[in-house]
Write a protein that binds this ligand. Structure first.
Ligand SMILES: Nc1ncnc2c1ncn2[C@@H]1O[C@H](COP(=O)(O)OP(=O)(O)O)[C@@H](O)[C@H]1O
Ligand SMILES: CC(=O)N[C@@H](CCC(=O)OP(=O)(O)O)C(=O)O
Length: 259
């Protein structure tokens, strides 16, 4: 008898954790202890990571200008080569090494591996070589997770013809979380969640978020995070949080809590 894909996924407890490039250098031993604890509790952890600051540094070293629109890097032909080599060649293996060094078995992947995610160009006129995820194939994640190995996914996608595209890592995290039917998505960054006029927000709803994007209280790199969070919530992922490494931050909920 075959079990349906949905049933198989539902039987697995999964958490997607996205580590922002802003905090990768600061990852503490406590974080890895937390991951080990989740594994002991039977939770399959999947890591997605960014690398914005590393990309910025290398673009600057090479004298390649880049701008950010709506939180997405405008990626020229010159920039996509640099983004690909920094993410797949440097940031990903360094993070994979750290997991293995901490005693947690981990394997590095990008959109290219086992067709993990394929993309179309999002909007070439506006963003250049930036991808919009069209398909996610979870087989390799299932196999690694069931073998007790943590997939560590960088945010380089591929077109159907094998060309690399730059995808924002928050977007990758939300699409992976949706595809594996994760119980929760944690977006870990360098700030303890959403702050509005210097006030930390512990719980927010999408309606408020749209207003804060309009008023520019939410800007830059926080925009893809809140949009990723809303996409997941609307598709039924029960818990989405934007937090700092100490797990302090903002819970995004669909509805206002009834007092
Ligand atoms: N309302 C907001 N609350 C908190 N941070 C915000 C807000 N709006 C914009 N940001 C910015 O978003 C940044 C996090 O995004 P980003 O730098 O892309 O991080 P990461 O590399 O972790 O994805 C914060 O450091 C802050 O500068
Ligand atoms: C299209 C786009 O914006 N791609 C991102 C990919 C890296 C990323 O998202 O890193 P963080 O998580 O550190 O922000 C970029 O080029 O910076």
């Amino acid at each position: 008898m075959t079990t349906s894909k949905l049933t198989q996924h539902t039987a697995r407890k999964r958490q997607v954790i996205k580590l922002g490039g802003s905090m990768l250098d600061e990852l503490s031993d406590n974080f890895f202890q937390g991951v080990k604890k989740l594994q002991q509790d039977g939770v399959q952890v999947i890591i997605v990571h960014g690398g914005g600051p590393n990309i910025n540094q290398e673009l600057e070293n090479r004298g390649v200008a880049s701008t950010v629109v709506n939180g997405f890097r405008v990626t020229s032909a010159e920039a996509i080569d640099i983004v690909q080599s920094i993410m797949i060649g440097q940031v990903n293996p360094a993070l994979v090494h750290r997991f293995n060094h901490e005693g947690i078995k981990a394997v590095g992947l990008s959109g290219f591996d086992a067709n993990l995610f394929t993309c179309d160009v999002l909007d070439f006129e506006t963003y250049g070589y930036v991808g919009e995820i069209k398909t996610v194939k979870t087989e390799v994640l299932d196999a690694l997770s069931d073998a007790g190995v943590i997939p560590v996914i960088s945010c380089i996608g591929t077109t159907a013809t094998g060309d690399p595209l730059n995808v924002n890592a928050d977007t990758v995290a939300s699409q992976i979380a949706l595809a594996v039917e994760a119980e929760s998505l944690l977006l870990v960054t360098d700030t303890s969640g959403i702050r509005i006029q210097d006030q930390p927000q512990t719980e927010v709803v999408p309606q408020a978020i749209y207003g804060w994007i309009k008023s520019e209280d939410i800007y830059g790199g926080m925009i893809p995070k809140v949009m990723a969070a809303i996409d997941c919530l609307e598709a039924g992922i029960p818990s989405v949080q934007i937090v700092c490494q100490k797990l302090k931050g903002t819970v995004i909920t669909k509805e206002e809590a009834i007092a």
